[in-house]
Design a protein around this ligand. Sequence first.
Ligand SMILES: *Cc1c(COP(=O)(O)O)cnc(C)c1O
Length: 368
Amino acid sequence: MHIPFINLAQQYQNHREIHQAILSALSTFQFCKGEEVDKFENAFCELLRCNHCISTGNGTDSLFIALKALGIKKDDEVITPAFSWISTSETISLCGARPVFADIDPITYTIDPVAIEKKISPQTKAIIVVHLYGQAAHISAIKEICNKNKLFLIEDCAQAHLTQEYGKNVGTLGDVGTFSFYPTKNLGAYGDAGCMVTNNSVLAERFKRIANHGALKKDDHTMEGLNSRMDTLQAAILLAKLPFLTVWNSKRWNNAQLYNSLLKDIESITLPYERPDTIHTFHLYAIRTKNRDKLKAYLERKNIETAIHYPCALPNLPVYDYLNHSPSDFPVATAFQNETLSLPIYAELTAQQITYIGHSIKSFMSQN
Ligand SMILES: *Cc1c(COP(=O)(O)O)cnc(C)c1O
């Protein structure tokens, strides 16, 4: 048995409607700003129960556009988790501002509200939270901190399509939610794509302008912006996939429960935690163990692909040497970078495959 970490071919084979959507979008020869783009924005709004969805070229652009639209500039500070993909911090620097890292909660692996409060300074303008691995960050608590200190709240939902806290979709709780539809995300295009959601119509218009050279319609440039559009073909693919997102997410959740039951008795492994009153969408199923590298190599020999998200906490990356941090400033993120291991979790995975992975991990642990 060979188990890949991602299996996009299987999803495509199971859903002929994706192929049909590509052919029908192609037949219009309207590759940019086709009607599928508007349709997708409307459908995504409806699904998330929010007022505005603005499509973009990718999730990183969504973050950059959000920060620009909120006026983040030189000498401003934006607080962001020490453990995430680099998009969350690089977009802050691209605005000329300074990323201020806060450590993560050792149980949920999302940004720790207590660590946030310690990092607030007179220069702080915004907080970016990341709903990491599909787990909702402590968004209500962080929203209170933002209200109290008059800070903008940006939710990076690249790993959290339809994740909820108290029955509300993440992305709709702060000033803006940013999404990525990179092919391997829970909702993935066949190339780069992204979007932003908000309930604020003034911000929505600004996002739309910045993503389209500062114009809402032809030759209406009231500011400078970028070219960050979602292709018509990508929108058509996402529209075809959107009706299945809830089912795919629940299959991921069921897969997680099966892993939990197979691995629960292994003391040297910490299983993912699910916050009460939330819906976890398991973009990733990350276990934690001190023997991570040996376990990963063992699973490779068993033909099981795994991945590490991420092998280096953001403040420990060479690019942030200039901030003069030491790894001990972020003890939780630094320990986690050496211990986290993502197991395959996609909807198409079978119970037989998960059982094989579970048994392989057990056999490794009994020998080590
Ligand atoms: C994937 C991802 C992004 C960036 O999305 P792209 O579409 O690849 O630019 C941003 N933040 C997080 C947490 C991600 O996982």
